[in-house]
Design a protein around this ligand. Structure first.
Ligand SMILES: NC(=O)c1ccc[n+]([C@@H]2O[C@H](COP(=O)([O-])OP(=O)(O)OC[C@H]3O[C@@H](n4cnc5c(N)ncnc54)[C@H](O)[C@@H]3O)[C@@H](O)[C@H]2O)c1
Length: 254
């Protein structure tokens, strides 16, 4: 396919459904050859098949982002397919909640291990390949969250993981700029990825949601694609929120 990512090699984790699937589909629609990776092989297969059905280029791959070797194999596969890795999107994450006073060490480590350590290992494996490859360079895009900006009930682990991810984005951007690698994050607000979420965000969210609705995965994917494209060539280290204004809203009455 032609487009602003024509011929580029991209990998997306958590591409089996939700926001990750939308990002994989969007990158492919702009011409990237996508390695759609997920721990859910059937989901990854379905994403890759949908991309190919639409005329794009995609291969499904099984990955567990909590496993360094699995991520190393993922990067190697991207290189085997296209000879290089131009774009790495680290999206896989869990949004599980637990009241702070009841939070177990296992729960804490599960959320931090997947959302933060997984992103660190994915970003590092991708960056090492991007530094080593001929001509160097690349773009890394993380998927953060509004929950990384402020506290939330039951979200001590989740919010900490996403706050850490935004700082990781900044530090990686600083150290990788000299290698022509840009590192940014897209920060979704409440995004409709599951039927269980209902039709509208909960009242406490709606109270400070100027756009008064869920975002769609495709609206997050559009920002991820911008951060992966040459158009954002002077943007690095930032988290760009796609959240209907949720994170800028204060007092809403008056
Ligand atoms: N949906 C929202 O409202 C929202 C808001 C803010 C941020 N986010 C973030 O967006 C990202 C995607 O969220 P979503 O709503 O699409 O979630 P989702 O649960 O619909 O999809 C997550 C995907 O990640 C995969 N995954 C889980 N563990 C994995 C592992 N160990 N290795 C590889 N893949 C794994 C799952 O199989 C699934 O396909 C997450 O990082 C989440 O924190 C979502």
């Amino acid at each position: 396919m032609s487009g602003r990512l024509a011929g580029q090699s991209a990998m997306v984790t958590g591409a089996g459904r939700g926001i990750g699937r939308a990002i994989a589909v969007r990158l492919a629609s702009e011409g990237a050859h996508v390695l759609a990776a997920d721990i859910d092989e059937a989901g990854a297969d379905a994403t890759a098949a949908a991309i190919r059905d639409a005329g794009g280029a995609a291969v499904a791959w099984s990955v567990d982002v909590t496993d360094r070797q699995s991520l190393s194999r993922l990067v190697k596969e991207a290189v085997a397919l296209k000879g290089r890795l131009d774009i790495a999107v680290s999206n896989a994450g869990i949004m599980d909640r637990m009241p702070f006073l009841e939070m177990t060490d296992d729960f804490w480590h599960k959320v931090l291990g997947l959302n933060l350590s997984g992103a660190f290992m994915c970003g590092q494996e991708a960056a090492r390949q991007m530094v080593a490859q001929s001509g160097g360079g690349g773009r890394i895009v993380f998927v953060a969250s509004n929950s990384g900006l402020f506290g939330g009930r039951g979200r001590a682990a989740y919010g900490a993981s996403k706050a850490g991810l935004m700082n990781l984005t900044q530090s990686m951007a600083i150290e990788l700029a000299e290698h022509d690698i840009r590192v940014n994050a897209v920060g979704p607000g409440p995004t409709k990825t599951s039927a269980a979420q209902g039709e509208m965000p909960p009242p406490s969210v709606m109270a400070r949601m100027p756009m008064a609705r869920f975002g769609q995965p495709e609206e997050v994917a559009a920002v991820a694609a911008f951060l992966a494209a040459e158009e954002s060539s002077f943007v690095t280290g930032h988290t760009y929120f796609a959240d209907g204004g949720y994170t800028v809203a204060g007092m809403m009455e008056g």
